[in-house]
Design a protein around this ligand. Structure first.
Ligand code: MCA
Ligand code: AMP
Length: 507
């Protein structure tokens, strides 16, 4: 039995009337509801003619219905392909062209644009789902006959494709198998001592690994329940704390929670565990949080391609500034970036990862996949070291990547978009420390006409091309970019020069 849903369901509560999710309007979804609704989605996908491995691309606002569709796709053996709601039509065009989904589910408001793309890019059917969980797919699923049996699959069967941007600016679809997701879900549920009594406060988006796999699969793997919120709202979150036991968030959640004076030791007294990941949590925030609430945030480290790799211990020291030890079953080694030789303890190199959590490769990119592995280890592109007690610290990135509020932005993609504008001769995009988002995007632009400084004109043009979170928050106009003798832009120098860009920022 390797279908992820079938494996998770072995841990569902005996009494299927137990709650799986509580929603903002007070409604409750039981495990029996989950089983029935996901079986209907699986039945609908089968009726629509989807074969195992066919892609279901979904760009929809967060709703419990979207989770039912995810589980239905697992049960039918279809590959779930969630897309950030911020993606523009231009970005979607690439994903749809590359993934060739058999079905696209989108917000009714975007239906016309998506239908156009679908027509141009293949033969995908288009159905709708809105923020309230209503739409053509929801009504068809209600009418559909439930699948009789969750499909039996191999461990390696494709469960999901998640796109991650690339250093060249071209996004790659990371293929995650049922076995990848199952191994990580059970390992994390054990490591973090999840039980059926847990109530996870779910405020993350569900189109990424963190909110979809870590938060949802771990809850299911423990037969636990969740308070399902539409997004991060510090007040709604604080009000739910007395009913919850665990929160999973990106560092920006914790930075913002600390700004709320009512977020106190008493307010968090019912909580068992606060977990952070997706971006570095500063030791200052870790300490301030512990001082305020008495809770030491448990930081862990993961990637779309690998799920979670390391975690600070549940029992034992949660060390600020470290991401903890490799999870059970996961091998981590630190390699010399040039030679690939393994580095001694305490020395910095590229973090490489091996284990049942590591993905199956990039969709239709075998060469790119091969280039990112060495001796069976996936080359993360993160720089770090392991100390004598096995704790991993991440100190930087060998890849040119900005992480803002837990979202990844590849500078090459933003530079390509900028360079294509007539006003821009060339550009360099770097991340600068940002008090709220961790890092903020700064564009250094050499204009075609000297003296041009109209950043608003550039912003407007980028608006239809790049998701809002990828767009530069600051523009700096220069006569020329600093380059080395090879003609390569010296980003280290730019990062130093622009380090104060968001010192007093509210934007
Ligand atoms: C929203 N905006 C952003 C971001 N989010 N800009 C840069 N970076 C962001 N992360 C834009 C909005 O479009 C808006 O633009 C403006 O910034 C201000 O929005 P604001 O209201 O402040 O933002 P928000 O809606 O409160 O969102 C901030 C957030 C959210 C709550 C931190 O970004 C979030 O939920 N992040 C979590 C991301 C996540 O789940 N990452 C996991 C990836 P305008 O004003 O122009 O409209 S999985 C992963 O990384 C690995 C596997 C792992 O280890 O987990
Ligand atoms: P993604 O491509 O969205 O999966 O992002 C993965 C990247 O997020 C990793 O390669 C790291 O650079 C970063 N990341 C995730 N968790 C942490 C963490 N706890 N500390 C530092 N960086 C992290």
């Amino acid at each position: 039995m390797t279908n992820l849903y079938a494996r998770l369901s072995t841990r569902f509560p005996q009494d299927r009337d137990q709650t799986f999710a509580r929603l903002a309007d007070g409604a409750r979804v039981s495990y029996a509801d989950l089983d029935d609704r996901s079986a209907r989605y699986a039945g609908l996908l089968r009726d629509l003619g989807l074969a195992p491995g066919d892609r279901v691309a979904v760009q929809a606002e967060k709703s419990i219905e979207m989770l039912m569709l995810y589980l239905g796709a697992l049960r039918a053996g279809a590959a779930f392909l969630p897309l950030n709601t911020a993606y523009t039509a231009g970005e979607l065009d690439y994903f749809i062209g590359d993934a060739e989904p058999a079905l696209i589910v989108c917000d009714p408001k975007r239906q016309a644009a998506i239908r156009q793309i679908a027509r141009r890019r293949g033969r995908a059917k288009v159905l709708t789902l809105d923020a309230a969980g209503e739409g053509s797919i929801a009504s068809q699923a209600r009418q559909a006959a439930p699948i009789e049996q969750t499909l039996e699959l191999d461990d390696a069967a494709l469960a999901a494709i998640l796109y991650t941007s690339g250093t060249t600016g071209r996004s790659k679809g990371a293929m995650l198998s049922h076995g990848n997701l199952a191994s990580n879900a059970f390992t994390l549920a054990d490591s973090w001592r999840f039980t059926s009594d847990d109530v996870l406060l779910h405020a993350l988006p569900i189109f990424h690994t963190h909110g979809l796999f870590v938060a949802t699969n771990v809850t299911l793997a423990a037969g636990a329940s969740m308070i399902f919120q539409a997004g991060f709202d510090p007040v709604a979150l604080r009000q739910a704390l007395p009913e919850a036991t665990v929160l999973m968030g990106v560092p920006t959640f914790y930075i913002r929670l600390l700004k709320d004076a009512a977020f106190t030791r008493e307010a968090t007294a019912h909580m068992r565990l606060f977990i952070s990941g997706s971006a570095p949590l500063s030791p200052e925030i870790h300490k301030a949080f512990e001082q305020r609430t008495g809770h030491a945030i448990l930081e862990r480290y993961g990637m779309t391609e690998t799920n979670m790799n390391t975690s600070n211990p549940y029992d034992g020291a949660r060390r600020p500034g470290t991401v903890g030890r490799p999870l059970p079953g996961v091998d981590i080694r630190i390699a010399d970036p040039e030679t690939g030789a393994e580095m001694p303890i305490g020395e910095v190199g590229v973090i490489q990862i091996r284990g049942p959590n590591v993905f199956q490769g990039y969709w239709r990119m075998p060469d790119k996949t091969a280039a990112e592995f060495r001796d069976g280890y996936f080359i993360s592109g993160d720089l770090g070291f392991i100390d004598a007690e096995g704790y991993v610290s991440i100190v930087g990135r060998a890849k040119d990547l900005i992480i803002s509020g837990g979202y990844n932005i590849y500078p090459a993609e933003v530079e390509n978009a900028l360079d294509a504008l007539p006003e821009v001769r060339e550009s360099a995009v770097v991340g600068a420390p940002h008090p709220d988002m961790g890092e903020g995007v700064v564009a250094v632009v050499v204009p075609t006409d000297p003296g041009f400084i109209d950043d608003q004109r550039l912003r407007t043009q980028l608006g239809d091309q790049l998701a809002r979170f990828k767009q530069p928050r600051r523009f700096v106009f220069v006569d020329q970019l600093p380059k080395n003798t090879m003609g390569k832009v010296q980003k280290v120098l730019l990062r130093d020069q622009l380090a104060d860009s968001f010192q007093s920022a509210t934007n």
